[in-house]
Design a protein around this ligand. Structure first.
Ligand code: ADP
Length: 594
């Protein structure tokens, strides 16, 4: 197969790569083959007319040649086919000759054979042996398939291609854009990406992961900082609130019976000054009236896992008694410790107690005022037995003056006196109870009895006002639990209000019905009159304190009645009857109901 060694193509390549070259040096050897080569080159260069001055270094001894080449500069093109023998008669392999020349030369070296690429030469235009192999295979395949030798098309020549040693391109600073695009480049150092792309990817991944991590850490740090700041702020707020609320924390390890308290949350930052004391010891500072209740509540909360919620009084080291509210719970189901907070509620409690005292005083005053309203009737009520006693006593005195007086008659008269006296004493006793000022004392009551008794007290008053009481009492009424005096006060008030409302009504129609009944869990008492009724717009206001439509009214009666009924866990309501007049009904829980 014809092989065309492309001398002209190589020189053209050299000129393309070194456009600023000023001369061409052609090196050949001393053997016959070398001489023949030199002839070929001369002929080609003449045809080429490159315009560059050409110097032929032919058949020089190796050492001389090296020295000559070393003097050359970058503006020279050195071209050689390699040689078999030098001027000193030394045989050499053309590839080794090129290696020597490239090592010595001060100018880039161009060669003709691909076997010489890698010796230090820049490159050249040369037959492509891979294409040569491919062409040979096509020919052989054709022959093997029985084609006649004459039919085989043998290519005119093996096509040539530019081959370059990338290291020399770099060494001689040959511009990349001068390299023909089709050039085959050998010994190209892989780019960083080609060489290390796996490592680069891993490194990039590690770096980006690191960046993310650093970012996350910074974020986390900032978040922690702001969380810590928020915590400090909220602790500060809690501390202020705790201080303002006079809060104390406490814990009670009931398994070991050790109690401890911190005076305030402010001290918690410092080592807490805990004094472990037995619960019993702490109970000793509690007001005797509250001691048992607090002890029970704490033990119950510990035993049943319920919440401790209790108010109690305790003595301070200086002897002052203060009120506290304690709330707490077992820290966990398996914990033996009850922890919680204790709050000083003295101010609230004092205000509450004061309000309670004021209310009691007002209730009492109102009751006394009611009694004052009834004083004429009460006097009348007392006058009756007193008059009877007087009458009986005078009769007895007269009888004593007579000789025939019988002891029996005298005894009867004295019995009457005793009975009347008892009646008067009973009136005074009942009034006394109403005048007395005292705390609400609860007992089981028969409301029917209470109604009868109250109307007895009112009998004279009602008679004077020409009002007929009508009792419609439930046949059997379960007992309620309440304060006799206070419930009587409610009844008195409601009946007297009913009486007041009927002043303008024809005396024949002045009736007040007192009705009792019972429901599932309540007893109900209604006082129904035939009076003026209540103007629709006034209905919501009748229970307001100091709201009155009466010239001499104070307007506290109904407000006090409502407070009394509410404190019995009952309700009091007003309404107008369809047939005229008003009805006031109150309910009370039955004694048996929870
Ligand atoms: P006072 O009797 O001093 O006015 P109360 O609180 O007892 O105070 O009553 C407030 C007002 O409710 C009365 O002034 C009256 O207008 C109205 N009121 C109370 N009971 C009745 C009733 N049975 N019928 C009509 N109005 C009533």
């Amino acid at each position: 197969m014809p092989v065309d060694y492309d001398i002209r193509g190589t020189i053209e390549l050299a000129r393309r790569l070194q456009p600023d070259a000023r001369r061409l040096v052609v090196v050949t050897g001393a053997s016959n083959w070398d001489h023949q080569r030199q002839m070929d080159i001369r002929a080609d260069l003449e045809n080429l007319r490159s315009g560059l001055p050409v110097e032929y270094l032919a058949g020089l001894p190796g050492s001389d040649l090296g020295a000559r080449l070393a003097k050359l500069t970058r503006d020279t093109i050195v071209f050689t086919p390699g040689y078999f023998a030098d001027g000193a008669g030394r045989s050499v392999n053309p590839r080794d000759s090129v290696t020597m020349m490239a090592g010595a030369s001060g100018a880039p070296l161009y060669v003709l054979y691909s076997s010489q690429i890698g010796t230090g030469a820049v490159g050249g235009r040369m037959p492509a042996f891979s294409q040569m192999g491919r062409a040979a295979r096509i020919i052989v395949d054709g022959l093997l398939e029985g084609a006649s030798a004459s039919s085989i098309a043998i290519p005119a020549a093996i096509p040539s291609q530019v081959q370059l040693d990338w290291r020399q391109v770099r060494k001689w600073n040959i511009a990349a854009d001068h390299i023909p695009p089709s050039a085959v480049i050998q010994f190209r150092e892989p780019t960083f990406w080609e060489a290390y792309h796996k490592q680069a990817i891993i490194a990039a991944a590690v770096m980006s992961a690191q960046a993310v991590l650093i970012g996350a850490l910074l974020f986390e740090r900032r978040r922690r900082r702001s969380t810590a700041a928020a915590l400090v702020e909220s602790e500060e707020r809690v501390r202020l609130a705790a201080d303002a609320a006079r809060l104390t924390t406490f814990s009670w390890d009931f398994a070991r019976d050790r109690s401890a308290a911190n005076a305030g949350l402010r001290e918690r930052a410092d080592p807490p000054q805990r004094t472990a004391e037995s619960f019993e010891h702490i109970l000793q500072t509690v007001h005797p009236a509250d001691r048992e209740r607090l002890g029970l509540a704490a033990h119950r909360a510990a035993a049943n896992h319920t919440e401790l919620d209790v108010e109690f009084r305790a003595r301070q080291p200086d002897g002052e008694i203060r009120w506290y509210a304690a709330r707490g719970q077992r820290t966990a189901t398996d914990s033996d410790t009850l922890t919680g907070v204790k709050m000083d509620i003295t101010a609230r409690k004092t205000a509450e107690l004061q309000a309670e005292a004021d209310r009691a005083a007002l209730t009492h005053l109102s009751r006394v005022a009611t009694m004052g309203q009834m004083s004429a009737a009460i006097a009348h009520q007392l006058n009756q037995p007193l008059a009877a006693i007087l009458g009986n006593a005078e009769t007895a005195r007269k009888m004593l003056g007579r000789k025939d007086a019988s002891i029996e008659d005298l005894r009867e008269i004295l019995d009457d006196i005793v009975a009347e006296d008892n009646r008067a004493a009973e009136v005074i006793r009942r009034l006394g109870a109403l005048y007395k000022r005292g705390e609400i004392e609860l007992s089981e009551l028969d409301l029917n009895d209470l109604v009868r008794e109250t109307l007895n007290l009112l009998r004279a008053e009602l008679t004077m006002r020409k009002v007929s009481p009508v009792l419609e009492l439930a046949a059997s009424l379960p007992a309620v639990r309440g304060s006799r005096v206070h419930l009587q006060q409610v009844l008195l008030n409601l009946v007297l209000n009913a009486t007041d409302a009927m002043t303008a009504v024809d005396p024949g129609r002045r009736t007040v019905v007192v009705r009792t009944s019972s429901e599932a869990e309540h007893a109900r008492v209604c006082i129904v009159d035939r009076g003026t009724g209540i103007a629709a717009g006034d209905l919501p206001r009748v229970f307001d304190a100091f709201w009155t439509t009466k010239a001499n009214g104070v307007g506290v009666g109904l407000a006090i009645c409502k407070a009394i009924i509410n404190s019995h866990r009952g309700t009091l309501a007003a309404e107008n009857n369809p047939e005229g007049g008003a009805a006031f009904c109150f309910t009370l829980p039955l004694a048996g109901s929870a």
